[in-house]
Design a protein around this ligand. Structure first.
Ligand code: HEM
Length: 147
């Protein structure tokens, strides 16, 4: 079973929902929402790392099987580069979120949310490229293998 298509939805979804929890935590002052924001960014970070690792493994496998159409190579390289960058940046983002929590600095939380929104947009863009790889170029689709 390919793990990449399974885990990517957690990577994108958990980071996004964490920001939503944080915004509602600020608006309502509820601590439970802040706790939820922290736990979801932590698990989102793990999911991003697993997404990148499984993505590399999947690309290697497809390449070995000759299942990457030449037209898709440049998009796959862009997808790989953004994925690796996200694997480095998202753990730093989670670190900043925990730091803001420990310091109890409201300003730091706002700075965090602005950065997190930019990174979430990059994650959504990454998901969009991944979708193109599958639905436009047929990567990972069994019937496309060997074409
Ligand atoms: C933050 C990291 C990443 C995210 C969020 C992500 C997201 C996605 C998404 C949403 C898809 C479409 C899945 C589907 O609809 O079935 C996809 C496909 C794909 N991605 Fe990634 N990706 C990431 C990292 C990587 C990396 C580092 C590589 C390495 C080259 C990679 C290689 C692939 C390949 C080969 C496919 C097509 C086959 C498949 O779906 O498994 N991805 N990705």
């Amino acid at each position: 079973m390919e793990l990449h298509p399974v885990v990517v939805h957690f990577a994108i979804g958990l980071v996004l929902i964490s920001i939503v929890f944080d915004i509602f935590a600020i608006l309502t002052g509820r601590k439970s929402l802040e706790d939820a924001a922290i736990w979801t960014i932590v698990f989102g970070t793990i999911a991003v790392i697993v997404a990148a690792v499984t993505g590399i493994a999947e690309a290697k496998e497809l390449s070995k099987e000759g299942a990457i159409p030449p037209k898709a190579i440049s998009l796959l390289k862009t997808h790989r580069n953004i994925g690796l960058l996200l694997m480095l940046i998202v753990p730093m983002l989670a670190g900043l979120r925990i730091f803001a929590h420990v310091k109890k600095e409201s300003f730091l939380k706002i700075v965090y949310i602005v950065i997190a929104v930019i990174i979430a947009l990059a994650l959504a863009y990454q998901g969009n490229i991944g979708g193109k790889l599958v639905y436009k170029y047929g990567l990972g689709i069994e019937t496309m293998k060997g074409h």
